[in-house]
Design a protein around this ligand. Structure first.
Ligand SMILES: *Cc1c(COP(=O)(O)O)cnc(C)c1O
Length: 401
């Protein structure tokens, strides 16, 4: 083979561009997931030091102390691959939730589980059904598999009990012969809305058993209502249910990336086939197992969150700012101004929250911001900053008009 004269070699970046153009059409069409803004980035850009991040629904109390202690004691053997089967963690989960360990699949965060479901069950010509304002990863995972997203309109903003909530009857009607997966988060992110047990059971009974229902319970540990469904219990009755949970939220282990899915063993085996062999790392396995038994920390986290949620809901009601009902560890509020502007102004105050809307906004949520519930001091700080920002922005808006 003749070697090319270096000067004839095409410019590497144009080679890159040409290759990118050859990526699958449905991959090229994906709009990238925007993660919560990191504290360090805000510190750099704005020259601030004391930054409060209430943007990604992390636990404001830190990590489970038992998990931290387990890491301190057992964070060795880093040269050895982790247990790809996650035996010890699966045994602990099976004992804790009375599950068949063969039905458990571990993920590098529960995001990983959502991707496994998409990779194993979705493809061009197939579709996934989910609600408007659902967790953004459902659309991403569906599109990355080349499948079609059937986004079902949510309840309207003036709905009497669940504005922006998932309309399960409409979702059941949207299922067609090409539907393979339904995604439903309970409670949902970024709205905080939920479905109760009765409505969920009615829905599950209406879904054909040939369609997988992914019930994403990332926030379920925070819920304190008697009529809230337990997906793990329902998965014993409905063979097409895949329940996902995470260690990122109430257990306080977002940095480690670990979550799990519970399905029929036959379904779990399919997810395992598309899973990377060592998808969950050694430290994550150790920490998750310890966190699972940290009942004091979980109970305390739940209590602090419930108090904070009540406090924030009352504070917004006082200010006349409409909130979406939430059972999660965040609250979504209509600030009456474009969310992006409020986000930018809050950054200057050293507070990071999450603006909704943007490119994927399918109708009327672009004046909402999502705020993670923090400690009492953090909640007061974000409210004070928001008061200053809204006063300033509303004043400049009225001057301009
Ligand atoms: C945070 C969140 C997750 C969890 O993601 P991990 O990958 O486990 O960190 C899953 N689903 C929803 C709806 C979430 O908000």
């Amino acid at each position: 083979m003749r070697t090319m004269n270096p000067s004839d070699r095409p410019d590497p970046s144009s080679v890159g561009e040409t290759l990118a153009a050859q990526a699958l059409d449905y991959v090229r069409a994906i709009s990238p997931y925007v993660t919560g803004k990191p504290v360090d980035a805000v510190a750099r850009e704005y020259g601030l030091t004391d930054i409060l991040k209430l943007a990604s629904n992390e636990n404001p109390l830190g990590a489970s102390p038992r998990a931290s202690e387990a890491l301190r004691q057992r964070a060795w053997d880093l040269n050895i691959y982790p247990d790809g089967g996650g035996y010890a963690l699966k045994q602990a989960l099976a004992a804790q939730f009375e599950l068949d360990p063969h039905g458990i699949v571990l993920g590098n965060g529960s995001n990983d589980l959502l991707e496994m479901v998409a990779r194993a069950f979705l493809a061009p010509g197939r579709n996934a059904v989910f609600s408007a304002y659902a967790f953004a990863v459902y659309a991403l995972a569906t599109q990355a598999a080349g499948a079609t997203a059937k986004v079902v309109p949510a309840f309207p903003p003036d709905h009497p009990t669940m504005p922006y909530g998932a309309d399960l009857e409409a979702m059941a009607r949207a299922i067609d012969a090409d539907t393979r997966v339904v995604f439903l988060a309970n409670p949902n992110n970024p709205t905080g809305t939920w479905v109760d047990r009765e409505d969920l059971v009615t829905f599950l009974a209406a879904v054909p058993p040939t369609v997988l229902v992914v019930l994403d319970e990332a926030y379920s540990e925070y819920v304190e209502r008697d009529d809230f469904p337990d997906g793990l219990a329902l998965s014993r009755q409905f063979g097409n249910l895949v329940v996902t949970r995470t260690f990122s939220k109430i257990y306080g282990l977002a940095a480690l990336r670990v979550g799990f899915g519970v399905a029929q063993p036959a379904v779990a085996a399919m997810l395992d086939r598309v899973r990377q062999p060592f998808n969950v790392n050694h430290l994550a396995l150790i920490a998750a197992e310890a966190a699972l038994g940290d009942t004091d920390f979980i109970a305390h986290s739940r209590q602090v969150n419930a108090e904070g949620l009540r406090f924030m809901a009352a504070a917004f009601a006082e200010r006349g700012l409409p909130t979406i009902p939430s059972l999660a560890n965040f609250i979504t509020v209509n600030v009456g101004l474009p969310a992006g502007r409020v986000f930018d102004a809050l950054l200057r105050e050293g507070v990071i929250i999450r603006p909704l809307g943007g490119k994927s906004d399918t109708g009327g949520i672009s004046c909402h911001i999502r705020i993670t519930i923090g400690t009492q001091a953090q909640n007061e700080r974000v409210l004070a900053a928001l008061d200053r920002v809204l006063l300033r922005l509303n004043e400049s808006a009225s001057e301009a008009s």
